[in-house]
Design a protein around this ligand. Structure first.
Ligand code: UFG
Length: 324
């Protein structure tokens, strides 16, 4: 099997590349290195290519043909919610346009297997304690919209030319499987707390007056290594009977912002006294996955909890360029 990992030099993609290589799969990475880092792909080959560029479909066709690719795992996308609100056209061009080029190349070269990075952002602000895949998606920002459009397009391709696909709707990804793959360098809670502590500042809590037990927002934090394993399960699952296509990837357990920050304090021994700052627009008070479908259909279950996530993130942080 030859698998193309598009966006394989990124934080999550690189974990999947490592797992695939470790089990002996033939892996090739396409990445434009805009946020990815070349050394993360290890011994896998790397083709530098922006999948949203005007000539991308032709270039992707060449790669798929020459390397005899039979499966694609697609991570390459923009993922900052706030940025997507400021630059919606760019987000659609990168995330939807890039996917169109990739699927176009797959259709014309007969590559029919695809795993797609989707997001809990497709749900928007669901008014339920536990989010199942049956909850109607209602994204509230362009980022979430591009992920939902991606799922729709793949469903259309399945009907039209037999694409076999799964979309994984990630909840809150954090931690590190290997310290050198660690730092996601995005504006998410765990890296932001470390960033602030490194600068001698206090962690920030964006709002402590939400309708939750301690007043801070609750999320379902998933270890990046567990998430990476979910991709292998999804890839292998494409060989089975056609079934469900979209899967939540979470643990089913929520943790509040305050609990996460307290865990960072326990693991690192640092003073994590936080400043309460204003709410961030668009934050749902609670977003926790039902992980039942992926367990039942693909046999996948998270193996790590919050303290494992924080401990691995802390180790990666200490190994990285910005030590505390
Ligand atoms: N938060 C803080 N302080 C910080 C950073 C974050 O209090 O310094 C809070 C946020 O307000 C939120 C929670 O921590 O309540 C989690 O925030 P993140 O930015 O880590 O994650 P989000 O839940 O906002 O977003 C994540 C991904 C998105 C994805 C979404 C889907 O980053 O790409 O999950 O649920 F769309």
């Amino acid at each position: 099997m030859s698998t193309l990992v598009v966006g394989g030099a990124g934080y999550i993609g690189a974990h999947v590349v490592r797992l695939l290589a470790d089990r002996g799969d033939d892996v090739l990475v396409v990445d434009d290195l805009s946020t990815g880092v070349g050394h993360r792909v290890g011994a896998a080959g790397l083709v530098e290519l922006d999948i949203a560029a005007p000539d991308a479909q032709e270039r992707l066709e060449l790669v798929l043909r020459e390397r005899e690719i039979d499966s694609v795992i697609h991570f390459a996308a923009k993922k900052q919610v706030g940025e997507s609100v400021e630059r919606p056209v760019w987000y659609y061009r990168q995330n939807v346009g890039g996917l169109v080029n990739l699927l176009g190349a797959m259709e014309s070269t007969g590559v029919t297997r695809m795993i797609f990075s989707s997001s809990a952002a497709v749900y928007g602000q669901p008014d339920v304690d536990i989010v199942t895949e049956g909850v109607t998606p209602q994204p509230i920002n362009p980022y979430g919209e591009t992920k939902l459009v991606g799922e729709w397009l793949m469903a259309d391709c399945a009907r039209s030319w037999g694409l076999r696909w799964s979309a994984l709707r990630y909840f809150n990804v954090a931690g590190s499987g290997w310290p050198e793959l660690g730092d996601p360098a995005v504006l998410n809670l765990v890296p932001m707390v470390f960033d602030r502590l490194a600068d001698g500042r206090r962690p920030a809590i964006f709002g402590d007056d939400y309708p939750t037990p301690d007043g801070t927002c609750i999320r379902d934090y998933i270890h990046v290594l567990d998430l990476a394993h979910a991709h292998l399960a999804a890839l292998d699952g494409l060989d089975g009977e056609p079934g469900e296509n979209v899967f939540n990837v979470g643990t089913g357990t929520g943790a509040s912002v305050r609990e996460v920050i307290d865990t960072i304090g326990e693991v690192s021994g640092l003073d994590v006294t936080a400043d309460i700052e204003p709410r961030r627009p668009g934050d749902p008070p609670r977003l926790v996955a039902s992980p039942d479908r992926i367990r039942d259909h693909l046999g996948w279950k998270a193996g790590h909890g919050l303290s494992d996530i924080v401990r691995s993130a802390w180790e990666a942080w200490q190994a990285g360029p910005r030590r505390i």
